[in-house]
Design a protein around this ligand. Structure first.
Ligand code: F6P
Length: 357
């Protein structure tokens, strides 16, 4: 049977996107008479009609390649129904281009925003399958997203390397880990890297508690401390504010980010020299880990199986050891936060790691 399959990668890139694309393509070629249409830069290419028919050889040699051979862009979901200055009805344009490409289905690789638009397109009658990509690991109905464990490995290595310099200088090192809304990456990398304090967006902190934790280490003769701080970490006051108000309050402060604020507070109140390290987008760069290569490949192959069986309107995920799929409308619009009573949080606490609460 013949299948014309559109693929796009949307939102921030991450390691494993190419491995997943390759998984979809190779399995689809093996299972059906497949033609793969690569859509450029995520939903931007779908809106603007930028795509190409891909050759089989384009899927060779990309398993280990970071980034995405299709390009990516952020096209916020909230704007999808908004007609801007260019006068383009984005939803209509996407449906029209899908038809123009004569697609049987569209596979979208992305995070929460991508899944919301995928769901919207599914409700518009398109055959859509979503694959869960993000270093944030915050997609509903999957234990893990691809890209996450590679980012954990990278952030852990950053913390490992900071340890030696922190110890040599007797400094407090505040490492800002990616994750604006969720703290999975900080939790895993912080625990793996042996950080002393972990600050997650889900667990608002009190600065007094953070200072106490550093002070306790100083009193115990430990000259250095390592803090792993999610970029979206917030104190209790900020947690009480609406997002807009919080952003305004932050913008009026003299510090570049929450990590810089905490480092300054430690220097001021405890007198320990502090430094901030922001690995930033390095956490999304480079080759996927072996774990992510396997996961991305499995997700891609599962998408091909769904296409063979004409099963659409679903999001792929992992539950335990098993690759599963769930209705897109049950996944879209939900965020998988770190539960404050998660076993890993509890284990960290039992080790004496502080969460600033
Ligand atoms: O969603 C992935 C992520 O890396 C977040 O952890 C981070 O807050 C955000 O993307 C950064 O976005 P951008 O790449 O657009 O700067």
């Amino acid at each position: 049977m013949k299948r014309r399959i559109g693929i796009l990668t949307s939102g921030g890139d991450c390691p494993g996107l190419n491995a997943a694309i390759r998984g979809v393509a190779r399995a689809a070629y093996a299972m059906c008479d497949a033609e793969i249409i690569g859509i450029q830069d995520g939903y931007r290419g779908l809106i603007q009609g930028e795509w190409r028919e891909m050759a089989r050889k384009e899927f060779s040699g990309i398993l280990t390649l970071g980034g995405t051979i299709l390009g990516a862009s952020r096209q916020p979901f909230r704007d999808m129904r908004v007609i801007g200055e260019d006068n383009v009805d984005k939803v209509k344009a996407m449906v029209k281009n899908y038809e123009k490409m004569r697609l049987d289905c569209l596979v979208t690789l992305g995070g929460n925003g991508t899944h919301k638009t995928a769901n919207l397109l599914s409700q518009e009658g398109l055959n859509v399958i979503g694959l869960p990509k993000t270093i944030d690991n915050d997609i509903w109905r999957t234990d893990v997203t691809f890209g996450f464990h590679t980012a954990v490995d990278i952030a852990t290595e950053v913390i490992d390397r900071i340890h030696t310099t922190a110890a040599s200088h007797g400094r407090t090192m505040v490492i800002e880990i990616m994750g604006n809304k969720v703290g999975w990456l900080t939790l895993y990398a912080g625990l793996a890297g042996g950080a002393d304090v972990l600050l997650l967006p889900e667990i608002p902190y009190r600065i007094e508690k953070v200072l106490e934790a550093v002070d306790r280490r100083v009193s115990a003769g430990k000259a250095f401390s390592i803090l792993a701080v999610a970029e979206g970490a917030m104190d209790e006051n900020e947690a009480d504010m609406k997002k807009k108000r919080r952003q305004e309050a932050r913008a009026s402060m003299p510090w570049q980010s929450v990590s810089h604020r905490i480092a300054a507070q430690i220097e001021e109140h405890i007198g320990v020299e502090s430094r901030v390290v922001v690995p930033g987008h390095i956490q999304r760069g480079g080759s996927p880990s072996a774990y992510d290569r396997v996961l991305s490949t499995r997700f891609g192959v599962h998408a091909a199986e769904l296409i063979r069986g004409n099963v659409y309107g679903v999001a792929v995920g992992l539950r335990g050891e098993e690759v599963i799929n769930s209705p897109l409308d049950e996944v879209a619009g939900k965020t998988k936060f770190v539960p404050a009573d998660h076993q890993i949080v509890k284990a960290a606490r039992q080790m004496g790691i502080g969460f600033g609460d």
